[in-house]
Design a protein around this ligand. Structure first.
Ligand code: 6LW
Length: 500
């Protein structure tokens, strides 16, 4: 993931770049675990491990069996898995989450956060979204949800033991009090929330009480974190979770975005996971500098194995970074059919459909270079950048043609087309920052093309990136780059993604 800066004086933020929103973190001994929302993608809820809060590696996806995660076709994009909370209690990991548009609030447990995770335990009495779990000294389990309200829960049965009661809902009149997390720290119970909405007004606020149920006293310095109304390159700061660092100091993980281009600024990688230092003054957390290059922490860093840039599809199971839309049926998408290749069988669907046969990885860098060796001689498909079914660009091959296609809202267009000689072809995409021209430009340019036998890259079409941004498409996700089959069978020998 993110690494130590060569000078060792700073480290890069976001610590988990790309579409990784709503981070929730827990510490067990020297180990940290972090989960994120995954919306309409399967497998769901990426699980990360770190020993230093800076270097993270993905150790799995909590919801990796169809029985754990149902994402029905009718459920729109940006429905599905919202805002998990991960906690460790009584020797077990607890993951509470909302499946919006399907099963509502559900609870999973595991002894190893890398999996396997349990089947979902339904929580029919838990309303709304953003559920949190906290246990008090006598073992009572408190579940707090967006709004903000709280109830007693039996996490073993899923039964709710009290009616939801309003606790503290942030600044009077502030939009969307959400993302609550309740903690016992020192002599107080702290209720951390987000408010202002997940867009530019996003912020983090906190209150405290001597009891987990309140009454809560708001921090006089609220919001304790927001970048609204600033020129800061990190915006939409909110949805945070507190954790104690290896040296006993504290940190916040949070979501934020990196908008680019002219006005209003477009963010294309989704909401990413950032880290910020926290100090305590008079029993209140004070959030330190949140920057793209932050001072290296005081504790030792433990670099992790980066995800290989190239995947040769020579393993029976796909790396956990690969995600598909709503489901991944092994008979339609996998590496077992042709050894060393990823095989995709179209199921009568295309990228315009909610159940396209697609598998991709999150775009994690503002500029990057992607290549994939594709054999589409028995079908039609290729390499796509997907925001949702109405916002995607792709380079598509069939037995004799290669085309660059774009869908933006209700509009579809063919941008370029050229004949293709027989045999597999290297399809490619270069994403570069758009040159600053005027207030309407940017943030990036996506050039699709093919690699010629001599290795040169021929661009067939260049498209503006803003149409694949959250500000244009709406929703909660970010770009995912991957391969798909629109008709017949498409084989992919390798996929190579690297930061540029
Ligand atoms: C999530 C809410 C939020 O449920 O966005 O930014 C929603 N915060 O807490 C979807 O991620």
């Amino acid at each position: 993931m993110s690494g130590r800066h060569p000078a060792d004086a700073t480290v890069a933020n976001p610590v988990i770049p790309g579409f990784h929103p709503d981070p929730s973190i827990c510490r067990v001994g020297d180990d940290y675990y972090l989960v994120c929302s995954s919306f309409e993608y399967f497998p769901g809820i990426p699980v990360f491990h770190s020993r230093d809060l800076v270097n993270w590696s993905q150790i799995g996806n909590a919801l990796d069996r169809p029985s754990q995660l149902r994402l029905p076709r009718e459920m729109p994009s940006s429905g599905g898995i919202y805002a998990p909370t991960l906690r460790h209690h009584d020797g077990r990991f607890w993951l509470i989450v909302t499946n919006v548009g399907s099963s509502g609030n559900v609870l999973y447990t595991a002894t190893d956060p890398a999996g396997p995770w349990s089947e979902p335990l339904p929580l029919p009495g838990v309303p709304g979204i953003d559920p949190d779990l906290a246990w008090d000294e006598d073992g009572t389990c408190w579940c707090t949800v967006a709004g903000i309200s709280q109830l007693r829960l039996d996490p073993a049965t899923g039964e709710t033991l009290s009616e939801p009661e309003r606790t503290w809902s942030g600044a009077p009149g502030a939009q969307a009090p959400e993302a609550p997390h309740l903690y016992r720290i020192g002599e107080y119970w702290y209720l951390l929330i987000a408010e202002g909405g997940t867009e530019r007004g996003h912020s983090v606020a906190i209150a405290r009480s001597e009891s987990p149920t309140g009454p809560f006293e708001p921090c006089p310095a609220n919001p304790i974190l927001t970048h609204r109304s600033t020129h800061h390159p990190i915006q939409n700061t909110g949805h945070a979770d507190l954790v104690q660092a290896p040296d006993g100091s504290w940190c916040l993980v949070l979501l934020a975005v990196r908008p680019g281009g002219g006005t209003p600024g477009w963010h294309v990688l989704g909401r990413e996971t950032f880290l910020a230092p926290v100090s305590w003054v008079d029993g209140w957390p004070v959030v330190g500098e949140l920057s793209l290059e932050m001072p290296a922490p005081a504790w030792p860093l433990t670099p992790v194995q980066p995800v290989p840039e190239r995947d040769d599809f020579d393993q029976a199971e796909l790396h956990p970074q690969w995600i598909s839309v709503r489901e991944r049926r092994p008979e339609l998408c996998g590496t077992k059919e042709r050894a060393g290749w990823l095989t995709l069988h179209a199921a009568g669907t295309s990228l315009d459909e909610p159940d396209v046969v697609f598998t991709g990885r999150r775009q994690q860098h503002l500029t990057c270079r992607v290549r994939a060796l594709v054999d589409a001689s028995a079908g039609r498909g290729g390499l796509a950048v997907r925001l949702d079914e109405q916002h995607h660009y792709e380079i598509e091959a069939d037995a004799g043609t290669v085309k660059v296609l774009a869908r933006i809202g209700p509009l579809r267009t063919e941008v370029a087309s050229r004949p293709l000689p027989a045999g597999p072809v290297v399809l490619g995409l270069d994403i570069a920052l758009a040159p600053p021209q005027d207030a309407r430009t940017g943030p990036d340019l996506l050039s699709f093309g093919v690699e010629e036998p001599d290795g040169t890259f021929t661009v067939l079409g260049t498209l503006e990136g803003r149409y694949l941004s959250t500000e244009v498409a709406g929703g909660f996700t970010g770009r995912v780059i991957g391969m798909y089959a629109a008709t017949g069978t498409v084989h992919v020998d390798w996929f190579d993604y690297r930061a540029a």
